[in-house]
Design a protein around this ligand. Sequence first.
Ligand SMILES: [Zn+2]
Length: 388
Amino acid sequence: MTCFEGATLIDGKGNSFVANLLIEEDRILRILKDEECPKDVETIDCKGKYILPGLINSHVHICADPTKDFGDRPAFSDAKRAFIGLKNLQSHLRAGITFVRDLGGYNFVELELRDAIKNGDFQGAEMIGSGQCITMTGGHGWTHGREVDGVDEARKAAREQFKAGADLIKVMATGGVMTPGVEPGASQLCQEEMAAAIEEAKKRGAKSATHAQGTQGIKNAILAGVDSIEHGIFLDDEVISMMVERGVVLVPTLVAPYYIVQMGEEAGIPSYAVNKAKSIMEAHKESFRKAVEAGVKIAMGTDSGTPFNQHGSVVQELIFMQRGGLSPMEVLEAATYKAAELLSIEKNYGSLEEGKRADFLILEQNPLEDLRALETPTVYKKGKKVII
Ligand SMILES: [Zn+2]
């Protein structure tokens, strides 16, 4: 047992208080608010420091290389993808992201990685994944997705993902930035196709996410019963109130177009992607601001793996979320407990509570004053200090 003494705990559910945190093996045994650390256990002095749950990134592409995967580049072999993915899971963990959700993998390599981490074969962030994204023929993400046309094929594709071990599914409701020849604002899979795939997920008690940027496509996905809108670039008032009513979560990924525009064609990103990213950035920010104001549930996700959107980099996204209207405490909730709920892992992860997994970060500075305090965390995974 180890007792972390005297830190301010930020619990992931909107509370902060000074307490002693008693860890037994991989679990939080007790949170001692008015009691001293037990005399007979190892004690680590954390007075003046801050402890919060390990962060959860709800949208990554773990096997994508942000310096090379620019949409129209040659594909890597599965073996190469596995090495890229493992390195990326380690980068996330080192940065304090102890759990990720992959939303668009490559030939199920990422699901093998998920299992290897779970089995303890390697150190890295834990993961759940959607398998291949389900898209229409020639639709967004088709180069590594499962192309479907029609209700029956969409249903079959969902069943294939679960057969391969996926934890959830991802359907593509609209075009996007990184695939050439598709438009972010244009609808893609139709409502009936998405509904069939989502029904297969619901039958298993699994969730569904959608890449959805244009307003009509977002609406189609909500009506099809989806759990989370990824990106949500063109949200109007009607869509926002539908999300609030149905408890649909927004995963904004505000940094994804930002890095594409910042690095530009000079860095090798194709001009079609740079131009599309430029054209949507303002609407993206405005939609996020409106969603926050209306009380849409937000979970943090970065879309790591898109151009120059590095795995393990998260602070910029948190700062953009704060600029969009969330308080630092709300940003941290979106990156911990609310994300855990979206991933259906909240029984074990996402907050500092007795009985939960001892995944936590120790910070020298107060993140509620400045989120940049998260740039240099000391990371604990399953009760052990991370050294990788
Ligand atoms: Zn993505």
